[in-house]
Design a protein around this ligand. Structure first.
Ligand code: GLA
Length: 391
């Protein structure tokens, strides 16, 4: 595939010069949803599919960007002097925003480059195609401009770009897992301190199956920001009433029960209830893994989905139908929505002997209920973003 991408780059940019090739994965979150921006612990892994880039530095101050996924948009061009968000630049706003954030942070980027991107993460599926291209662009900048910046810093700059340039108030989970992923491992990340550890997630006789609702997220971004605002409201009510905490995840289920009446709106209280309980589920899930109790890990995944459905209200017909169909299947250890919700994907742990029947039956039931065709992928935990080589 890489050979093909290089050929396409050479055709598109009409050159025979040598190029550099980079890769950044997508990610799937196993448990710990909507708590990264509440100081919680999350347990995602990078995937072995993602976004590729073929790059050649230029001598002038122009950037020329082409995506194999959006061929109809052709080459999108802008200069170092006009790093501003432009609707017509579509997907290229992500790499453009990264370049701006790096420059604003004092990094010396004095020329442009030509780049061809290709992603095999389905767009808008909640597997972080946007964080993938952000971290990928960060790694490109580090390499071609010899920047002295480490991966955690690049992760933060990528999140900052999403927050400030793109306007989605996301937490740090996606960029972190994409930057710091490790083959065959999931990452336990404390979003409060950014302490992290790797947990082997090589399941002996079962696999991570990702199912895509193929429902585009649509208004997802504004609803995402609304959820975040409700959490901030709950936190403020608690603090205003003298509860000492810096983030909702400082509470456990018992302390939440003691203080929840301080949260004025029913909605914000319900959102906070999810956040606190979800963080506790992650801790319990880690205990289960240590004891090799994958069955309990699966039950916690199911509970996570129920809370995202009933308390956080980010699921909807498509995600619920996929997950409910999964719960009815033999060989399913656990199943839940993953990512922001409002469409996108589910993640299930399925015994290997049952993968075929799972895909057939869940696919059929889903189609009967929603009229949509689901897609299924095996989620192998992969490495984080990196340079693949000079060609
Ligand atoms: C999106 C955001 C993440 C995280 C998840 C929900 O993927 O980008 O920061 O909040 O939703 O867990």
């Amino acid at each position: 595939m890489i050979e093909n991408l290089i050929q396409n780059f050479k055709k598109e940019f009409n050159t025979n010069d040598s190029v550099e090739v980079f890769f950044a994965p997508g990610r799937v979150n196993l448990i710990g949803e909507h708590i990264d921006y509440n100081g919680g612990k999350v347990f995602p892994c990078a995937l072995d599919f993602g976004t590729y880039a073929v790059v050649k530095k230029r001598n002038d101050k122009t950037f020329k960007m082409f995506s194999e996924n959006f061929k109809n948009l052709g080459i999108i061009e802008f200069s170092l002097a006009e790093l501003i968000y432009k609707k017509s630049d579509d997907w290229a706003n992500y790499p453009k925003g990264i370049i701006k954030t790096f420059i604003d942070s004092g990094f010396n980027i004095d020329t442009g480059f030509d780049v061809l991107f290709f992603g095999n993460i389905p767009n808008g599926a909640g597997l972080s195609s946007s964080a993938s291209i952000e971290v990928l662009t960060s790694v490109i900048l580090k390499n071609i401009f010899n920047l002295n910046v480490d991966m955690i810093e690049m992760v933060k700059l990528s999140q900052k770009t999403e927050n400030e340039f793109i306007g989605v108030n996301c937490g740090i989970m996606d960029q972190f897992s994409i930057g710091m992923g490790k083959k065959d491992h999931a990452i336990l990340l404390d979003c409060n301190t950014l302490n992290y550890s790797y947990a082997p997630f090589l399941l002996e006789d079962s696999s991570i199956i990702i199912a895509n609702t193929n429902k585009r997220r649509g208004l997802g971004d504004s609803k995402y920001n609304e959820r975040r605002a409700s959490c901030e409201e709950a936190l403020k009510d608690l603090k205003d009433n003298g509860v000492e905490l810096s983030a909702l995840c400082d509470l456990d289920n018992n302390t939440f029960a003691m203080y929840k009446h301080f949260i004025k709106s029913d909605e914000a209280r319900m959102r906070a209830k999810h956040v606190v309980a979800e963080n506790q589920r992650v801790l319990e899930a880690m205990n289960s893994l240590e004891k090799n109790d994958i069955e309990n890990f699966g039950l916690l995944m199911n509970q996570s989905h129920i809370s995202l459905r009933d308390n956080y209200e980010v699921t909807g017909l498509e995600l619920d139908s996929l997950v409910e169909a999964a719960w009815e299947e033999n060989g399913v250890i656990g199943s839940r929505m993953t990512g922001a919700g409002f469409g996108g994907c589910t993640v299930s742990l399925v015994k290997n002997d049952y993968i075929d029947s799972f895909i057939k039956n869940v696919g059929e039931k889903y189609k009967n209920k929603t009229g949509l065709e689901a897609s299924f992928y095996i989620g192998n935990p992969g490495d984080g973003a990196k340079k693949l080589g000079d060609f």
